[in-house]
Design a protein around this ligand. Structure first.
Ligand code: CTP
Length: 413
């Protein structure tokens, strides 16, 4: 195996059954990707297309990525009561895109095609991802229908997002969520909700400490580990806040994204949320020092000469600033990034900072550290004990960390 490759593909939803209902909107083409991603994560898909959907995308496209026949016809010869079987076997149903017409029919409890009959027959969680012209979305009737789906039928309405809509009309809201966001919504419906009702607070990314209005001191952290943790915690039902330094990554769906720049801003954002947090994970690579006196104007080389000295001042430790605010039951997880004496450094931080767990990694080990999608970590427990995990994707590492945090929580919550 090459050093950069993850240990094993993540197939957490192996054997879980998902109905993907596709209705007739232009965003339908994006759902081939959703079908592909869900299949790659192990789910077994039943793709159900309305007649309208088949005008936009061919059933064969889904068959190509799922390896299973797509379903379009309520009156098929493929066995009686197809809709009942598909509905009964489903672990979750995602309708994407959900057109205004579909939303209206679902709200009325109509059963005039295969997809709506499945909806009436299933007891699985249903996620509806509206996609339509912004004026249609804004119509009081559409709004009332969606409210009915959510409040009376208990469906989860995912989106719509804002952004350019088809035909160059309007900027939304009305745009279907992106495929990766829809996959996360399916994950939240499929995974065990062991963080339901729990507040999870995660720090992530680097911090930027200004030297002058255009320059800063920073580090190479991408924020990926923190983002993977936030996504995983949300999928498990948590109410998640991600306090992140500057990052190229998108905000994970459902997660409160709190953008900060400096360590001092991170302290404030975490302080505001610390008291109510049940689980706090400090995954940020906080700059230990900041320029003591940042310049108000851009520093000019012509005026600074061949040497330029910067005096640095220590930043507060985020985890220690908020420590007194945490409740007795709050579980805390720290990270330790080291370039030498990994176990000793991490063990010392675990003890000094009072974490329940610390996740240590060697910044220079192949496949670990900054700017890669994988990580190889050593987890130390406050009560003693350590575990060395193999090279895993950051998504897998996030799952492993949450599993262990939940074990600590089981003794406290
Ligand atoms: N941490 C923090 N605030 C800081 C520095 C670190 O909250 N100002 C947190 C990190 O998010 C991490 C843990 O403390 O969870 C350890 O961070 P690390 O940078 O490895 O250690 P330092 O305390 O900075 O120690 P050293 O520089 O000696 O390695």
């Amino acid at each position: 195996m090459s050093p950069g490759r993850a240990h094993a593909p993540r197939r957490p939803w192996r054997g879980r059954r998902v109905v993907l209902g596709v209705t007739g909107g232009i965003a339908a083409y994006k759902t081939v990707q959703v079908a592909r991603d869900l299949t790659a994560l192990g789910a077994q898909l039943d793709v159900v297309l309305t007649q309208g959907a088949t005008r936009f995308v061919a059933p064969l496209s889904y068959e190509g990525v799922t390896g299973r026949s797509s379903l379009t016809d309520m009156f098929s010869t493929r066995g009686a009561a197809l809709h009942i079987r598909v509905a009964r076997d489903a672990d979750t149903v995602l309708v994407a895109p959900a057109t205004a017409d579909f939303v209206a029919r679902a709200a009325q409890g109509r059963a005039n095609d295969l997809l709506t009959t499945i909806l009436l027959a299933t007891r699985a969680p249903v996620i509806v991802a509206p996609a339509m012209n912004d004026r249609m979305f804004d119509h009081p009737q559409t709004r009332a229908n969606l409210q009915h789906l959510e409040e009376v039928l208990g469906y989860r309405v995912a989106g719509p997002g804002s952004g350019p809509l088809a035909y160059g009309e309007g900027e939304g809201p009305g745009r279907m969520l992106e495929p990766d966001e829809l996959v996360e919504h399916v994950g939240r419906a499929l995974e065990s909700p062991d963080l339901e009702g729990r507040r999870v607070l995660i720090t992530a990314g680097p911090t930027r400490e200004p030297l002058d209005p255009v320059r800063y001191l920073g580090n190479r952290s991408s924020g990926r580990m923190g983002q993977a943790l936030a996504r995983a915690a949300w999928r498990r039902g948590g109410e998640v806040s991600l306090v992140s330094g500057p990052s190229q990554l998108d905000a994970p769906p459902g997660v409160e994204w709190v953008a900060v720049e400096t360590a001092l801003e991170m302290v404030e954002a975490v302080r505001e949320r610390a008291e109510r947090a049940d689980l706090v994970i400090y995954a940020a690579a906080v700059a230990d020092y900041r320029p003591a006196a940042p310049h108000d104007e851009k520093v000019k080389r012509s005026r600074s000469g061949p040497r330029f000295q910067v005096e640095l001042e220590a930043n507060p430790d985020v985890s220690q600033e908020v420590r007194p605010l945490l409740g007795a039951g709050t579980v805390t997880v720290g990270f330790a990034l080291e370039t030498d004496a990994l176990r000793e450094g991490a063990g010392r931080k675990l003890e000094e900072k009072g974490f329940d767990l610390i996740v240590a990694n060697d910044a220079r080990a192949p496949g670990a550290g900054f700017e890669v999608d994988t990580n190889r970590v050593l987890i130390l427990h406050a009560g003693g004990g350590e575990e060395e995990l193999p090279l895993l994707s950051k998504d897998q590492v996030a799952e492993e960390i949450l599993e262990r945090a939940l074990k600590v929580a089981a003794r406290r919550w």
